[in-house]
Design a protein. Structure first.
Length: 220
């Protein structure tokens, strides 16, 4: 058997091995954009997502949510490559998403605790009873395959309006999960992991402000 024939057979075998994965690829339907907190915490300790202020006084949180992503219909892409170094892509498929606001709303609603009440309004801190105004912007939500895993990044920008003054912070969340079938649910799962990672840090800042403590200096 010639070297050329052997090389062709290897390529054919590699493509055949990829067919089951391709058959379970993303569907034509967009991701459901439903937030579900991951069972296992990601890179940060998620205790902040369920914490309450230590003081006895309840904290009223007034929310305003915005989706400011440049593209609101795509959430990354998946690429099927030939099994060789520098191989040509067999297929490139965009990861389609729907409205990002319900997804963001579901994540931010996890701030609700026995001592933190959450209400959404047209303008943050519009209510006279609100102790803390919070505008959260979804700036980036992106997922992609990375080897045998799926990776994701979510960026949130938060504008706090408190009695002590306005504070603006950015939160970057990252997720990583095994890619079993390259399906819609797995991409939504890894995006939820990144969202939960960003929300864990945001929740800690909300608790600090509700207790009247200043936020730590933002990292450069």
């Amino acid at each position: 058997m010639t070297g050329k024939s052997t090389f062709s057979m290897r390529i054919a075998a590699g493509v055949a091995c990829m067919l089951p994965l391709a058959s379970h690829a993303l569907s034509e339907e967009p991701l459901d954009m439903i937030y579900e907190a991951p069972y296992v915490s990601v890179s940060r300790d998620a205790v902040g997502a369920v914490a309450s202020p230590s003081t006895g006084k309840p904290c009223a949180l007034s929310l305003q949510l915005k989706d400011i992503r440049p593209s609101k219909t795509t959430l990354g892409a998946t690429i099927f490559m030939l099994p060789q170094v520098g191989g040509t892509p067999l297929m490139v498929q965009s990861i389609r998403g729907g409205d990002g606001l319900p997804w963001l709303r579901g994540a931010v609603r996890t701030l609700q605790t026995q001592r933190i009440s959450v209400a959404e309004s047209a303008i943050a801190q519009e209510s006279s009873t609100a102790q803390l105004g919070l505008e959260v912007q979804l700036q980036l939500a992106h997922a992609w395959p990375e080897g045998m895993n799926l990776a994701s990044t979510v960026v949130l920008v938060a504008q706090y309006r408190a009695a002590a003054g306005d504070v603006k912070r950015s939160y970057v969340g990252q997720g990583m999960k095994a890619n079993w079938a390259n399906g819609n649910g797995e991409y939504m799962g890894v995006l939820n992991a990144a969202m939960a990672d960003a929300m864990a840090a945001l929740a800690q800042d909300v608790v600090s402000l509700c207790e009247g403590r200043a936020l730590a200096a933002a990292l450069p």
